[in-house]
Design a protein around this ligand. Structure first.
Ligand SMILES: Nc1nc2c(ncn2[C@@H]2O[C@H](COP(=O)(O)OP(=O)(O)O)[C@@H](O)[C@H]2O)c(=O)[nH]1
Ligand SMILES: [Mg+2]
Length: 353
């Protein structure tokens, strides 16, 4: 689909048109459901090459195999091929290469701007999802290859928050297991995951992907047994080793809030474990995230109400002051004012003939 980037807004026209026409692909695989389902949103986040897109494809295949209905949104404008068919694809509404040309940007700036443009219309995208949600089990969201484009951008935050206020939402943090076997890379990946957890405050599932290449048992051990991580670190006697070992203590608290699963997007192993973890995460969303969110909304509404009450009180006070004062409401007339004589009494203006 062509996107028109020569207009002021490179996506609005095409997206508008597609929304009117229904720009979803045909194979949504959404069967007509008898009862309303509770749709759960899963946002896949992870470093470039960790396997987000492959994992999403595997989730899609697994869900179809279980007779469940996923709905997929691809938010990566730069991906060349995706192995699943997205229901909504950022690439069909905004062409990041054209955005690069038009705004004079490099690849990362182009991807970020494309995502920003798409985000301005995200409410319309959600309207589409909302219409279908009664027949959907999962909303799967694929994010741009470079992690920070989604996790450290305003648009990423807007999309995440918009989803989280509307549906039970879970973050699946995908990790490239074979590339985290060294304690230092493991620790930096965990710190990054930790920063995202604290930023989104959403329930988290850590997905150690590519377990067909390397088992994730070492990671599970490091996360549950402090001694074993220290042992792995013992070969590193540099100052980094000491730093990492103290960081490890800090992360102990973080690990308690996580669910860890090992998966392979290639072989499909670990899928049941993943969905079990998602179920627990959804429970956490309902028990913790949702009440906290409702509290924030209630506080905002209360603040708004008291602001309005204060305004009304001020208005009432102003009105009563006017009544007591010498000024009369519009159209009124002061009897003793020579500029407003009473013609019934034969009074005339002082300067009248
Ligand atoms: N062996 C193996 N390779 C994988 C797995 N998942 C993804 N890959 C490979 O990792 C590379 C990056 O995957 P991709 O899904 O594009 O990563 P993304 O950038 O996070 O979306 C590709 O070459 C995939 O074939 C897996 O479970 N096992
Ligand atoms: Mg990808």
């Amino acid at each position: 689909m062509e996107s028109n980037v020569n207009n002021m807004d490179p996506i609005s026209d095409s997206l508008q048109k597609e929304i009117q026409e229904g720009f979803e692909y045909e194979n949504t695989g959404v069967p007509a459901g008898d009862s309303e389902k509770e749709m759960v949103a899963i946002i896949c986040i992870g470093m470039a090459g960790s396997g987000k897109t492959s994992f999403l494809q595997r989730l899609n295949a697994h869900l179809h195999g279980e007779n469940l209905s996923p709905y997929i949104i691809n938010l990566d404008p730069a991906v060349a091929n995706v192995s699943y068919t997205p229901n909504i694809d950022i690439r069909s509404t905004v062409n990041y290469k054209e955005v690069m040309k038009q705004y004079g940007l490099g690849p990362n700036g182009g991807i970020l701007t494309a995502l920003n443009l798409f985000t301005t219309k995200f409410d319309q995208v959600l309207d589409l999802v909302d219409k279908k949600k009664a027949n959907l089990d999962y909303l799967l969201v694929d994010t741009p290859g470079q992690i920070e484009i989604f996790t450290w951008s305003a648009s990423g935050a807007i999309i995440t928050e918009t989803l989280a206020v509307s549906y039970p939402t879970v973050v699946a943090y995908i990790i490239d297991t074979p590339r985290t076997i060294s304690p230092a890379t493991f620790m930096s990946n965990m710190l990054y995951a930790c920063s995202i957890l604290y930023k989104t405050k959403l329930p988290f599932v850590l997905v150690f992907n590519k377990t067909d290449v390397v088992s994730h048992k070492f990671a599970e051990e490091w996360m549950t047994d402090f001694e074993s991580f220290q042992e792995a670190l013992s070969s590193d006697t540099s100052y980094m080793g000491t730093f990492i070992s103290s960081m490890c203590l800090v992360l102990e608290e973080f690990y308690k809030h996580l669910r860890v699963v090992g998966c392979s997007a290639v072989t499909g192993q670990g899928m049941d474990d993943f969905f079990d973890a998602v179920k627990l995460a959804v429970q956490e969303y309902k028990d913790e995230y949702k009440p906290a969110l409702e509290e924030i909304i209630a506080k905002k509404e209360k603040a708004e109400l008291s602001k309005r009450e204060a305004e009304i009180a001020r208005l009432v006070k102003d009105l009563s002051m006017e009544e007591k004062g010498t000024e009369l409401p519009l159209g009124g007339r002061r009897r003793d004012d020579p500029l407003f004589p009473d013609p019934d009494k034969g009074e005339k203006l002082p300067f009248a003939e």
